[in-house]
Design a protein around this ligand. Structure first.
Ligand code: I6G
Length: 665
């Protein structure tokens, strides 16, 4: 217990005093709960100075200290429905409730708690929570936050009122601040909470003034010259009338079932909100009941935070590998001890390139914090430096391609190192074949990675054209390939020959030519021959094609090897309908720009794209001012948020189906 207390105290200090947490919140919560459980089982060993008995650590000496007349408490947590039900039962037992209890429900923002003192309606002091009893005087800094009124509005204002709430940094501001920091060669913030804390606790308030901070009030402390209304909800209405912002997601719910629904609803909205939340706060709505229920030393008994599942977890880097991609890019990849985070098990994460790996200073053996938010690919947020072993060594990128042994090249000013061997490097052959046969390309059903690996290793396939020369005998000789599977694969190969020009162009794997560009090229040139002989100038006339893409396209078709492979593919029977014929259908959506996001449950995304393109629309992957429509399926995330902020028309899946039905006639 002593050891746990020491550890937790250190984490408190890192979090509250230095704004530099070394472990994710979920791991901190786990430590605290472990200590709470030990103390509950051994009450004779409980001590007043245990971290379970207080909140955070003392304030930094460089700010003036502020004594909170009424302690700023923290909230107990519930991590599942049973824990919330147990909380509700404790509440009901204390007030001997027969009916359901009414709770005020609000999102729990990921920011930092502050106290604002208004005397005769004027903001006279602002303080951080600190250890709950003593905080830091951040008045000058708080005065720079636009969301916080310097003078309260209205009549019959109290003589003195202490408003409490959360200062936070909205996501858009956080992203802009980090971009600016990186552009200027500075360090970025790990998350919006740290950015908010770091911004508020600046000794120079001019710096705070440049930071995009916001505020929501959640309660009051000291009050003189006012009789509080009967409920938390009515207090919120009063605060709003005085000009104080409160969350726009507040509701009042009765009983555990409704509370659960409100939790689910906020969890669903979470990716759409313009700020980060890490849970939901429930408070007994009625103040008289709150008073009867009372407090324990660190938290009110009438409130609880129900946390969302963790999006950050700690794990260990067990190795760093380098992968050679289709275009020869050499990418360092961290192999992790498996960790369940944000709903999936993560075992590897890309480190992108050497510079990025150095910037984060990731080494084998390090303990790292892994983050997976929404549908974003997992990433390493930071290394837990305190846990680094003394003999840890920098990982050096190889000088030779780990697959073919060619000398690795890194062009000046480029972050990516490459193996220059092209299709003489087996890794690149393998990746090219995988790309060629992938679903969005020629879609060869049943040609899995393991089979491609064997075909390339045995040198049965060196180019995509070789796929069409494979025989049943050859295939049956492969591991995991029974005769039936060999037959099926041959049928799938035969079927894949009927394709479309955009898919064929995408399948060729020209650098920088993704699905969208392949489609633009096909639409513009309408035939493979026209594209093959296009000049850079011609290519740059195509929408979306800039000088770099044009250069890659020209370079690709200049290589004799590529011309030969294309000729062999055509001889093997790969073919597509005329683009002319394709574009003669209704082009009612011609030139409209669509973005698809979230899960489309009635029609897959690929099918939706194909239909849109056949109607002349353009489908791009990111939302911008040029986007005409965003089709938002279930669990849409940041794209939906961006579309809404740019005023782009958002279509539900049903709206979308109706639209294409209209145009298909
Ligand atoms: O409504 C609240 C939101 C956030 C809170 C709260 C909080 O802490 C960050 N803390 C307390 C103690 C209470 N309500 C009562």
């Amino acid at each position: 217990m002593q050891q746990l207390r020491g550890e937790i105290n250190q984490h408190n200090q890192n979090y509250y005093q230095y704004d530099a947490p070394q472990i994710p919140d979920a791991n901190y919560d786990e430590l605290l709960r472990e200590l709470q459980a030990l103390e509950a089982a051994n009450p004779e060993l409980l001590s007043d100075d245990s971290p379970t008995q207080r909140v955070g650590s003392a304030a930094l000496a460089s700010f003036q200290q502020v004594q909170h007349q009424i302690p700023m408490l923290s909230l107990d947590n519930a991590f599942d429905d049973e824990e919330f039900a147990a909380f509700d039962k404790r509440v009901r037992d204390r007030i001997q409730a027969i009916d359901d209890v009414e709770y005020l429900v609000e999102p729990k923002l990921d920011g930092l708690a502050v106290s604002l003192l208004y005397q005769d309606a004027v903001l006279v002091q602002a303080a951080t929570r600190g250890d709950g009893k003593t905080g830091e005087n951040v008045t000058e800094n708080v005065k720079t936050i636009n969301a916080i009124p310097l003078r309260l509005k209205g009549v019959n204002l109290p003589k003195l009122i202490e408003v409490r709430g959360e200062v936070f940094m909205p996501l858009a501001g956080f992203e802009a601040l980090n971009k600016q920091a990186v552009d200027m060669g500075g360090k970025s913030f790990v998350n919006p909470r740290n950015a908010a804390a770091g911004s508020l606790r600046q000794l120079d308030s001019k710096i705070t003034a440049t930071r995009p901070l916001a505020f929501y009030a959640y309660g009051v402390g000291v009050v003189e010259g006012l009789v509080l209304p009967a409920t938390q909800k009515m207090l919120f209405e009063l605060l709003v009338n005085w000009g104080l912002p409160i969350s726009d997601q507040v509701s009042v719910e009765s009983g555990t079932e409704q509370c659960h629904k409100a939790y689910e609803s906020l969890a669903g909205k979470r990716p759409l909100l313009p700020y980060e939340i890490d849970g939901v706060v429930y408070k007994v709505n009625n103040f008289a009941l709150q008073e009867r229920i009372g407090f324990v030393s660190r938290a009110p008994r009438w409130a609880i935070a129900r946390k969302f599942p963790a999006q950050e977890k700690m794990t260990e880097v067990v190795g760093i590998d380098v992968q050679v991609g289709r275009t020869g890019a050499i990418t360092p990849v961290a192999r992790l001890a498996a960790v369940f985070v944000g709903g999936v098990t993560v075992t590897n994460v890309t480190l992108h390139n050497e510079d990025e790996m150095r910037r984060k200073d990731v080494r084998v053996g390090d303990t790292v914090i892994v983050r997976r938010a929404g549908d974003v690919i997992p990433e390493i947020v930071s290394v837990v430096m305190q846990r680094r072993s003394e003999d840890s060594a920098l990982f050096n990128m190889p000088l030779l391609c780990p697959v073919c042994g060619s000398a690795v090249e890194r062009a000046e000013g480029e972050a990516i190192a490459r193996c220059p061997a092209g299709l003489f490097c087996r890794a690149q052959v393998k990746e090219s074949i995988k790309h060629f046969s992938s679903r969005k390309a020629l879609d060869v059903d049943g040609l899995g990675d393991k089979i491609v690996e064997q075909l390339v290793a045995k040198e049965m396939v060196k180019t995509p054209a070789d796929l069409y020369r494979l025989t049943k005998e050859q295939l049956s000789g492969l591991e995991r390939m029974a005769e039936k599977s060999a037959n099926n694969l041959l049928l799938a190969l035969d079927k894949s020959k009927q394709t479309t020009l955009p898919k064929f162009l995408y399948a060729l794997g020209v650098r920088e030519v993704g699905e969208v560009t392949a489609n633009s090229l096909a639409t513009y040139f309408a035939s493979l021959e026209a594209l093959q002989y296009a000049s850079r100038e011609d290519l740059e006339k195509v929408p979306d094609v800039g000088p770099i893409v044009a250069q890659h396209v020209v370079a690709f078709f200049e290589l004799q090897h590529n011309q030969e492979v294309i000729a062999e593919l055509l001889t093997a029977g790969v073919q597509w309908p005329d683009v002319e014929a394709m574009s003669s259908v209704d082009q009612a959506l011609s030139a409209k720009v669509f973005v698809l996001t979230g899960t489309l449950s009635l029609m897959g995304r690929d099918q939706a794209k194909e239909i849109l393109r056949s109607l002349g629309a353009k489908v791009t992957s990111s939302v911008s001012k040029k986007t005409d429509y965003l089709v938002a399926g279930e669990e849409s995330g940041s794209k939906l948020k961006k579309a809404l902020s740019l005023g782009v028309t958002v279509l539900s899946e049903e709206d979308f189906l109706a639209l294409i039905k209209d145009h298909q006639g």
